[in-house]
Design a protein around this ligand. Sequence first.
Ligand code: CU
Length: 119
Amino acid sequence: MGLLHVSRISLVASACVCACAIAMLGTASAVPPRTISITINAMSFASPERAVKVGDTVEWLNKDVVAHTATEKDAGLWDVTLAPGETRKAVMKRAGRFDYYCRLHPNMKATLVVERAAK
Ligand SMILES: [Cu+2]
């Protein structure tokens, strides 16, 4: 009788550990930070508007033969300069809707919509 009792408790305990591990795994794998690539080609950003999440990395790839920048317009959150063929990255740290442009060609414009990371 005593033995049966003990084994029941350990069964319940191991079931709980298992459930907790699955729960933790679920949270961790739900929102891994991603890297989002945005190509610059023929004097324009390939994604005029792109939704990303806080913690994501955005990388711009300059496929043109001239230099460009990706410059956040209002708060100076990021300003990357890309020589021809170059790739540069910025981590999105703040949620919001951010317009950016190329300082060298101000008619090149795009928007990043940075959403809060899911909990
Ligand atoms: Cu440019």
